[in-house]
Ligand binder design. Structure first.
Ligand SMILES: Cc1cc2nc3c(=O)[nH]c(=O)nc-3n(C[C@H](O)[C@H](O)[C@H](O)COP(=O)(O)OP(=O)(O)OC[C@H]3O[C@@H](n4cnc5c(N)ncnc54)[C@H](O)[C@@H]3O)c2cc1C
Length: 513
């Protein structure tokens, strides 16, 4: 049912941002009849999972390797968020999740077919046969537990008690998995240093941390679900998820306003009561949800609140701020791709550099799934590497009269050098990439900061060494009336995780009402 549009329409909940975390919150709230207004500074929904179109290509700005779109078990959070508003996306499954191009010419593919993946790994590391099986079996066992248990906010005590009472063994196994790191598990079963490094690389490419800082409970989701629901690509591009969520929310009477940057939260006797936009307009509501990062929420939007400093300090004690990315968006003629090229690749040419800025190249070729994303006869190429914000910020000048920052001539030269670096790594995927790939655009950490409205263009908070994922904020905040959703909350980065955080944030608001 579409709500009647009238000037008297007053939101009950304001969501700052329309990333997948914010949209999932709004979707569940709208389904429960709440009047919800999402305010997005950009012109499109989706944030890090949005798109831009240029030169006949449609590029995903970030996410393109997706879990959470299947139907088995209880962890299909993206599909669940879409279902809240009566939507679904058509997907193609990746038969190879990632093709790893590693040092010493080592090539490993993680197949959807688990046996095929394990046998391929064992072929490369025959002396580790038993260890490989024991390690990945333990991850699969943890996944099976996760896939049985519905997501419950850890501070929803009543929900937790019900969960523990109905499945005490699963609850016990889950807490063990949360207290074990993937590194502990690897040391228990694997001796070969290169294989252990491969596991670090497998983890780093979605967590941006090695196995030692990754709880088994997080890794199990990826290591298990890739062989069950699999990695899936939505036809039309990843941003179709955000676009469908946005359309569904509006159909249920919610509203989304684009080009609406929130400058600050409004406070009333210590309670979040609404927002002030960059245009000067103020809007009030019963509750405010921030889909921004914790650094933006407490360091900018709600910095006037006396508890914002406490929240920021807690954040920096527990989590490191991840670096940002530099991305290359381009195209390649269909005939330049070797036969059997898969969609997603990771390139690492130095075993010790995988976790250093520019040490790992992430590559996606999504038009292999959907030809409409590129001009006829071409594929789109998205390659990116972790990169340092400060190196790029040094290449801007503050205008003498105040106002914004200006890029120096060195900025353009640095973009060209970064593109050359990415193209040279891309040679492992596309022969003669430096010549074959037509560069359409290069985005830097400053681009991410600007278009995604994320402090320093960061990928978000990284768990410090140790299994403290359970301590991640659960969607509430120290500020009354303020809720949070997105990658600064439990469980963390990644489209399915932020969808989960949004759904659980909505549950928390509904419980409080
Ligand atoms: C290069 C890259 C590749 C990635 N690859 C993958 C992948 O393959 N698979 C995967 O699952 N995940 C991937 N991720 C991670 C995933 O995209 C993110 O973790 C997730 O999309 C973050 O969602 P979010 O809702 O927390 O925040 P965001 O996507 O950051 O959304 C927040 C939204 O809030 C808006 N906003 C912020 N402040 C304000 C304000 N003051 N006023 C109004 N609007 C505001 C922003 O414009 C943005 O739209 C990738 C990320 C990047 C950057």
């Amino acid at each position: 049912m579409t709500a009647p549009r009238s000037d008297s329409w007053q939101p009950e909940v304001i969501v700052i941002g329309s990333g997948i975390g914010g949209l999932a919150t709004a979707a569940r709230l709208a389904r429960h009849g709440a009047r919800v207004l999402a305010l997005e500074q950009h012109s499109v929904p989706g944030g890090s999972a949005s798109h831009f179109a240029r030169a006949g290509y449609r590029f995903d700005v970030g996410a393109s390797l997706l879990y959470g779109l299947g139907t088995e078990g209880t962890i299909n959070f993206v599909a669940e968020a879409l279902a809240e508003v009566g939507e679904a996306v058509e997907t193609r499954r990746d038969e190879v999740q990632i093709h790893y191009h590693l040092p010493d010419g080592l090539e490993i593919r993680t197949h959807y077919d688990r046996e095929r993946f394990l046998e391929e790994l064992i072929r490369h590391f025959p002396s580790e046969r038993a260890g490989i099986r024991a390690f990945y079996d333990a991850a699969m066992a943890a996944y099976r537990v996760l896939a049985r248990v519905p997501l419950i906010a850890l501070d929803d005590i009543a929900g937790l008690m019900r969960g523990v009472a109905t499945a005490p063994l699963d609850a016990l196994r889950m807490s063990q998995a949360a207290l074990t790191t993937l590194g502990d598990l690897a040391r228990r079963h694997i001796r070969d240093a290169r294989l252990r490094r491969f596991i670090d690389i497998e983890t780093f490419c979605w967590a941006l941390t090695g196995a030692d800082a990754t709880p088994l409970v997080n890794a199990a989701l990826v290591f298990g679900d890739r062989h069950v629901n699999g990695v899936r690509y939505p036809l039309g591009g990843c941003s179709v998820i955000a676009e469908k969520l946005a359309a569904g929310i509006e159909r249920l009477g919610g509203r989304i306003r684009y080009g609406s940057r929130v400058l600050a939260g409004l406070l009333d006797r210590g309670r979040a009561r609404g927002v002030k936009l960059a245009s000067g307009e103020t809007i009030t509501a019963r509750a405010v949800v921030s889909n921004a990062t914790a650094w933006d929420t407490y360091g900018r939007l709600f910095k006037e609140h006396p508890l914002a400093g406490v929240a920021l300090r807690e954040q920096s004690l527990r989590y490191a701020q991840a670096d940002s990315f530099t991305s290359l968006f381009g195209g390649v003629a269909v005939e330049r791709l070797p036969a059997e090229t898969v969609v997603h690749h990771i390139v690492v040419n130095d075993w010790d550099a995988y976790d250093k800025p520019r040490g790992m190249l992430f590559v996606s070729l999504p038009s292999l799934h959907d030809a409409s994303l590129a001009p006829p006869g071409y594929h789109n190429v998205h390659a990116f590497m972790v990169d340092r914000y400060d190196d790029w910020a040094a290449l801007t000048q503050r205008a003498a009269t105040g106002g914004g920052a200006r890029r120096t001539p060195g900025y353009r030269a640095a973009k060209e050098a970064a593109a050359r670096r990415m193209l040279s790594l891309l040679e492992r995927v596309i022969p003669d990439a430096s010549e074959a790939v037509q560069v359409v655009s290069v985005g830097t950490p400053l681009t991410n900061e600007r278009y995604l409205a994320r402090t320093r263009g960061t990928y978000g908070p990284l768990l410090r060494r140790g299994p403290d994922v359970l301590l991640k904020p659960q969607g509430g905040s120290l500020i009354r009336g303020l809720y949070c959703a997105g990658d600064s909350c439990f469980p963390g980065q990644g489209v399915p995780s932020v969808a989960a955080s949004g759904l659980s944030c909505a549950d928390r608001i509904l419980r409080a009402w």
